[in-house]
Every structure is written in C-alpha cells, then in structure tokens.
Design a protein around this ligand. Sequence first.
Ligand code: FUC
Length: 719
Amino acid sequence: MTEALPIGNGPMGAMLFGGTGVERVQFNEISLWSGSRMAVEGLDDEGQDLGAYQAFGDILIHLGHDFAKVTHYRQELDIDRAVHQVTYEYNGVSYQRTAFASHPDRVIVIHLTADKSAAYTGRVQLADMHQARIAAQGNKLSSVGKLQNGFEYEAQLLVLNKNGAITVNHDADFAKNPWNIAVPGASLAFDLCDSVTLTLGAGTNFLQDHTRQWLGTHPHAAIAKRVDSAARLSVARLLARHVKDHRSLFRRFSLDVGTTVPDLLAKTTLARLESYTNDQSVDPDLEALFCQFGRYLLISCSRPGSLPANLQGVWNDSNDPAWACDYHSNINVEMNYWPAEPANLAECHRPFIDYVMSIREVSAKNMRRKYGKVRGWTVQTMNNACGVSYWKWNPPGSAWYAQHLWEHFAFGRDQAYLRETAYPVLKEACQFWDDRLKRRPDGALVTPDGWSPEHGPAEEGVTYDQEIVYDLFTNTIEAADVLGDDKEFRDHIAGLRDKLLKPKIGRWGQLQEWEADKDDPKDDHRHVSHLFALYPGRQITRAATPELAEAARVSLRARGDKSTGWSRAWKINFWARLWDGDHAYTMLRSLLNVVSETKTIYGESGGGVYPNLLDSHPPFQIDGNFGATAGFCEMLVQSHTGRIHLLPALPKAWPTGKVTGLRARGGFEVDVSWADGRLTQAVIHSNAGLPCKVVCDDRSWEFNTTAGKSYPLKFPERV
Ligand code: FUC
C-alpha cells in the first residue's frame, strides 16, 4: 500500500514490491467482487449484501539474491512508458527485471534478464487470494475458483525461459516468503536460465448486463488465448506495442511548473518527498510528477470495456478492504473521474459512463423500495459492480453521476453521444426530482429528507441536494438546447430550476450547509458538500455570483486545510475556482506531505501521500490522486462559464511554466506558457469548430474557429 509500485492495463492491475530475495507481484482484476449480484427484495437497504472488491492473487519470484550483498539497487516506475524496472548487481552479474501491463495484449509481462548467461536459478509461485489450489500444465501455472455469489475467476501464468530448464514442482509451500502467503499446489523451478519471462492473464465471468444476472462465460478460454498469443510475440515487440499505446494517451498532456535543482532531482522519490514535507523544499518537478502520476493511474486502471476505478483504482490487496473498496457515490467515485476530461483522457471516462448506463434499471428498482412510485432512479452511498447499493441513501447520487455524462459531452461535443447516451440519463435523473421535489406554500422547491454527507441532520432543503439538482437541471437544459429537442420538458425543468431553493449566506458570512442558519464555525468535517456549486458545479462563480463566492471562501477557511487525502484534493479545486492560486498551492503541498499511517483515520492527521505517491486517506484511497490532477488543471485553465480562462489561479510558486494539451469545454485544447507570473503564449486548438472566447487577467479574445485548426493568441489585446 505504501511502497509497492502500481502498473495496470485497465482491467488488470499489479503492485510490484521490488527487492532481490523474492519479488512479489500482487495482482488484481477489476471485476472480482464478492457479495450479491442482485439486490434482495424484502431486505431493507442496509441489509443488502454489498460484498467487497476482492484481491486476486500474487506472483512470488524467488531469486535468493541476498540484498546485503547487492549493489547499485534501483527500483523505478517510468510513467511515460508505463514500465516498472528493478536493476542491481549481485555476484558480478547485472540483473534487470522489467514489468509492464499491456492494454493492447491484455496481459502483464515480467521479464528477467542479466548480462551473463545462466544467471537465473529460482522459483515462481502463483498464489490465489481465495485459496484455490495451483495447477501446472507444462510451463503454465493456473488458479481457478468460484466465489459464493457465482463469479468464476481464473489466472494463468506462463513462464518461459531462454536456455537452462524449467521444471514443475508439485510439493506445496516449498519456499517460505516474507509475507507468509500460502501457496498450495504446483510451482515452477527455473535453473541456470539466461532469461525468464512471465506472462500473466486473469479474469472473471462478470458480464456488464443485469438482464443476464451479470454472468457471462467462464474466462478460461479467453485468458488462454491472450496469454498464449502474447507469448508468441517477443518481449521487445510486446513492449513496443505497450509503450506506443500508453503514450498515445499519456503524451497528449504535458506540464512544466518550474525547474528543480539537480541535487534534489538526483534523489529518490522518497527522499524528495521527505525534504518537501519536512524542509519545505522547492520541487516543481515533483509537483508536475504528481499531476502526471494521476493521469498515469487513470490510464492504468480505467480503459474502455471494463469497470471504473474503485476506491483503490484496481490496486487492492485485501478481501476485506476499507469501505469495501467500493463505488462510493457521495464524492469518491466522482472525484476519480474529475481529471478525465481536462487532463485529456476522455476515453478513460468511459468505464464510469458505461457503469452508470449498466445500473440504471436495477437502481430504479432499488430506489422504489425507498421512495415508492417516482420515476427515474438513484443510489445509496456504497455500491458494488452490479448496482447493489448499501448504506445511507444519497438522493442526488444519480444527478451527480449525470454531471459526468454531461461533462463528457461538454468537453468533447459529440452530439450523437449526447443524444443516445447522456441525454436519457440526464432526463431520468430530472424525472426523479420532478416527482420528488416538494413545493412549499411560497412556491419554493425543496429536496425532502436530505443529508449533507456525512454529518448533520436529515432534513429538507439541504444545500448539497439543492445544488446538485440545480446543476442537473442546468446541464439538462443546455443539453436539450444543443439537441434542439424535447422543448416542453426542457421548459418544464427550467421552470423548476427557477423555483429551487438557492444557496444562502449565514450569520457569520458563511455559505449555509443547511437551510437554517446553524453552521458551526468550528466544524472541520472532511466533507465540504455545500460547496458543490463552486466545484465541481458551476452555480457559484466569482464572476457571476461574487457574494456567494465570498461566502464559500468563508466556509472553506472555517473548515480548515488539514483533512483526509481526498478532502485536501477537493480543496485544491475549491481554491482554484476562487482564483486563489496560493491557497490552492498550499492545499497541494499539504496533500503532497509524505505519511506512513495505514489505519483508517477520519480526522486531520494522516492525509497525504505514501512513499509510492499513492494518496493516503488514510488508508490508501486513490480519489486524492485523481482530485489532485484535476486541481492542477483547474489552477491553470477553467472553462465552466462559457469562456476559456487562462491561468485563473496561478500560484506565486510557479512563476514560469507551460502546459500543453489541457482540454477546455467547447471542444478545445489549450497550450499555455507563462513567465514572471504572466501569460506569454497561448494556442487554442479547436476540435469542434465552435466560437471561442478566451480571457486572461485584463485581456480577452473572441473568434470563430474551424474544427481541426489551431489559433495562436495575439498580444497585446485588451478588453
Ligand atoms: C466517505 C468518506 C470517508 C471515505 C469513504 C470511502 O464515507 O466520508 O472519508 O472517503 O467515503
């Protein structure tokens, strides 16, 4: 959780531990879930069996190279190539271990080489987290099992060698390992090999279709095909295909926020994090790395065709993980997807969108248990891969999900997608509220029986609910306008939106979290749900609603800076939307504090990052990584008010820099350079051919565009 390094190809993920005695590769597959596949009728909401996301297994590579006698040891994760590497010298031999998770070939490859022949003698074990006995067939180990809920899974590990020999060993547990992982069944011994190549495939019979009870065919044949086809290609070829695929996403966006001194650059990531945390070192390269690491993680765990990133992306090592390692609907799963559009990874948003599409009908059924005969659907707070929902109802959950479907359009402007995919979801979320909103005698529309996550009373008119419904209605109105369709419904929703109870300013100048003016100025709760309208919503902006923005600032100050990892990440985005780059930067620094705590803590201590740069709630929770990457984007370019605002929240700490490939709503990509805190160059790339408005400080530009063309901004132009 704190030191191993993550790789992933979308559905599969692995954590590499490094080391020279035994390399441990703990792996996962995104669809391995325990618990119910279908909600059980007649059971109350908190009686449902959510289950938990499960760890899949481990590969143990016993090398027996005594670390005390090893020199030049280095473990690195190159996020530009998505390649993990361990190198060292031992007994006069240079060893190299290269691992990558290939999306095009759907396998994880671990390749062991050395500069001398016959350098490898050791053992490979496959271990299964559900105690399946390991079988061997030729040079292939496999684990096959079935969970109580009917999900069947399989992992296959093919081990190939150059020279030397591989033999099967059927004696269980022949080699001890530092983690006491039990390995019943077969393993493979390699003897005097020049190189060893491991190819891993893993999967389940999960099928994203509730009408089939989420069950597809047994994964055996598909995995065998993938592993065997990959093994027919050379490692060099697999690696080249992998790097090309990864870079086609990763290299769309670049970020430079300044130069780090060579002395610091030469240090390990942990040493840099320690100096960043303890000595307040200036390390813009580490900050840019942290931003890009979030993009790396999203590429690695969220590819079209599989399930979305859960609380730990895909990298969970437990069968009883914190909060079931679930899809948490009241901030966490949404935060996972905040960077997808601006950081130029729109296709990585798709798994979440597809997930939302897949749970609509079952969620409608679940929802009626609670809310009776209303149209539409919504979810509870905790959710599994099959739409089984658990714990407190989160009435605006579907509306928040719908925001993601809208944003995917707002950035990409694909009208066919809007019509066929996003609009129906927006509409049914609206219908839920159309049926459920309560009209008061004075005409105001309030959301009944709400809860500001995760504290305070359950009551009407909670700001969190009101703001998300406002956002939903706004997005739906704009969607209908773009489609030029459904006018009657659109006007009806616009009428409802006018009447919604709006955010209020309270007695100490705060933005009220509840309808009554009862916010406690000492409340430092990690959730800051009543500021949804500031980010990721757009109801409160400095330009259009300056008083409300000021009230949001007062609330934010009162909440304080110290909190869980994800809460700090959210606050980067809040301060960016308030155009306070320095405070956004303070939050970024506080998130980049290196910590080691892995127990669950809700309070102010413990939030930060681990030595491997994964976000600490604590424990490890990936939302903070993704929220931080979104925060960088929000500091540099904003586009939620119909214009592209360049450098809205540039901190003093980044006087000079450059970002390329940052996406803005309206189908634009933006390259921006600055020096001495001032814009020096900007190019707008138009993908959708829409008119473009740009602002920066006291300058503004307005022009028509053609799809596929680029527009360098001319200076100086003044408003
Ligand atoms: C919510 C938060 C917790 C945690 C959990 C996964 O319940 O309040 O802090 O992030 O989700």
